[in-house]
Design a protein around this ligand. Structure first.
Ligand code: ATP
Ligand code: MG
Length: 567
């Protein structure tokens, strides 16, 4: 490819819209452009990187026995009604109507469509197992699209769905997918971890997320420093450290005035208490019923755990108006004592041992102090409801936990029979008995993987592409294209590299050398060959992008040098 004919609109300035480094660099390196919130054009250079990731994914998926197909992006509402998700998926599902007034949606994922396909064609256990995948555009109307391709609304995903007759067969495919994912992310040059992830109402450890470690990640991962345990903090179990008898209190129960003191910090400072002496009360709507969740003042409620304990599809923090209606007080003064009977109260294990604690009085500008379980309030239901912290022990070995940030690039999941039962996807087993097909699903964010690779591979000058992801392997820069001999020589080197099967960009633009060097460093091609004055003596400069080290070599030495560097 000739740079003069290519289209890489690089930017000198850092665009204001970008917060994280990969987003900034993808804009600056002319890889993507924003069309509207969460919608991006993949410019030629960005598309090439995307295609590299796709090619790696295809190879590894095919090798692991999966078969590629391509399903429609627009999906009929009927299928979503059958699975029950038309009502439960929420606002991320963009619903549209066709000219006949029929309901459709833009596919955020394809369980319904693939289950419909398979139920029509699979009859017997002899037709199973099968694992089908596609690489395709998805649409999710994300509440907060950001970070460029990391959290877009329209994005490319590889999604695979497996269908098995037995749980053992699902286990086998799941393991094969697990290994394929490790290969894919290793080949992409990523420093990643596989972690146990939330499985919603299905339960068990039947889900893993593949996390790229990065400060800018949106997920928290609890990693044990002693054993191999690693889990998304959405899931990571907090071991209830103390199941002792309830502590009898000594203080007298009092209602005190706390004018305008709403947050844990404000209330504890005002009352001269510590955060771990206070019970936080959070009001939710769970499938249209009010729920109060109690956690200690210094702990954080884990909404995923709360949802799982309640076994509900929809869980939403109550808005201030509803809180006032339910508790009789504005936000900030809710507490377990004196809540109306219809409110279901659930508490985290961490509040069980509290005595003489502080909590809202369900009255404007008032809190209780000296509250005690049993004496003053009935015991609520206790569950593991909070987010793990570095102070908690590893749930597997009791070792020390570290919280790290991660970018979720892949997710594998044992679905079981959730969709096959809802949609009647069955097969006949060896005894002629009809059974629901056992499913698994396996996703990778393609654009997010490119962004994550840049997040981990860059310096102050720009991108440092891991070789397998780089759109070109070599860039040949001509110092002065007006010097015909110099240009001729550079073209010869370029043609020669192409003949060797090496992907190459020839920077033949009529630009100052400084501009060319800056651009080549920004766009991050692993090797640069600079053709300048020394070419008269048959010499060129070779620079490796990662360490920016330059050496002068003879032009005859180029093929061998490049081959060994690309190995
Ligand atoms: P997240 O928690 O980040 O929203 P998810 O759990 O909704 O992800 P899945 O439904 O498992 O994601 O989708 C499979 C993969 O698709 C994810 O692992 C991620 O890499 C990618 N992905 C999901 N949502 C987006 C998005 N909005 N933009 C880019 N990639 C995405
Ligand atoms: Mg999501």
């Amino acid at each position: 490819m000739r740079y003069s004919r290519f289209f890489i609109p690089t930017l000198k300035e850092v665009p204001a819209e970008a917060e994280i480094i990969s987003h900034k660099l993808m804009l600056r390196a002319g890889m993507i452009r924003k069309l509207a919130s969460g919608l991006y054009t993949y410019l030629p250079y960005g598309l090439m990187a995307i295609r590299k990731v796709e090619a790696i994914i295809r190879e590894e998926m095919n090798r692991a026995g999966a078969v590629e197909l391509l399903m429609p992006f627009v999906q009929p509402a009927e299928l979503w009604k059958e699975s029950g998700r038309w009502d439960h998926y929420g606002k991320e599902l963009l619903r549209i109507k066709d000219r006949h007034g029929r309901d459709f949606c833009l596919g955020p994922t394809h369980e319904e469509v693939i289950t419909d396909l398979v139920r029509k064609h699979i009859r017997s256990y002899r037709d199973l197992p099968i694992n089908l995948y596609q690489i395709q555009t998805k649409f999710r109307d994300e509440i907060r699209p950001r970070f460029g391709l990391m959290r877009a609304r329209e994005f490319i995903m590889k999604d695979a769905y497996s269908f098995s007759a037995t749980p053992e067969s699902l286990d086998e495919i799941y393991d094969a997918m697990y290994r394929a994912y490790c290969n894919i992310f290793e080949r992409c040059g990523l420093d990643f971890r596989s972690v146990e992830a939330d499985t919603g109402s299905i339960g068990g450890h039947a889900s893993h997320e593949f996390m790229v470690l990065a400060e800018t990640g949106e997920d928290d991962i609890a990693c044990c420093t002693a054993c191999s345990y690693a889990a998304n903090t959405e899931l990571a179990e907090v071991v209830a450290s103390d199941e002792r008898e309830i502590n009898p209190g000594t203080e007298e129960l009092k209602k005190v005035s706390t004018p305008g003191k709403k947050t844990v910090d404000e209330v504890t400072a005002f009352l001269n208490k510590k955060a771990d002496e206070l019970v936080k009360t959070l009001i939710f709507w769970a499938d249209k019923r009010p729920v109060a969740a109690l956690v200690r003042g210094d702990h954080e409620l884990n909404e995923v755990k709360l949802r799982n304990v309640l076994g509900v599809q929809e869980l939403e923090m109550a808005d201030s108006e509803t809180v006032e209606k339910i508790t009789g007080a504005p936000v900030g003064f809710a507490g377990p004592k004196g809540l109306p009977g219809e409110v279901k109260v659930l508490a985290d294990h961490g509040v069980r041992n509290l005595k003489d604690f502080v909590a809202g009085a369900n009255e404007k500008d008032a809190h209780f102090v000296g509250l005690n379980w049993i004496r003053d309030i009935d015991l609520p239901e206790f569950h593991d409801l909070r987010v793990i912290t570095e102070k908690d022990p590893c749930p597997r070995c009791g070792g020390k936990i570290e919280i790290k940030r991660g970018i979720e690039v892949g997710h594998i999941f044992k679905l079981g029979t959730k969709y096959s039962e809802a949609m009647g996807a069955t097969f006949l087993d060896a005894n002629g008995k009809e059974r629901p097909i056992i499913m698994g699903c396996y996703g990778i964010g393609v654009g997010r993987t490119v962004a994550a690779a840049i997040e981990q591979n860059h310096d102050e000058k720009g991108i440092i592409f891991p070789k397998p992801l780089s759109p070109f392997e070599v860039i040949v820069s001509v110092i002065n294209v007006k010097d015909k001999e110099m240009l001729n020589e550079a073209e010869g080197i370029y043609e020669n590299l192409l003949k060797m099967g090496i992907s190459c960009l020839l920077d033949d633009r009529d630009e100052r050398p400084g501009v060319k060097f800056k651009d080549s460093e920004l766009i991050g091609i692993p090797i640069r060959i600079t053709v300048g004055k020394k070419i008269k003596e048959g010499k060129v400069e070779l620079t490796t992008r990662r360490d920016l080290k330059t050496e002068t070599i003879s032009k005859e030495a180029i093929p061998e040098k490049i081959s060994s560097l690309l190995k």
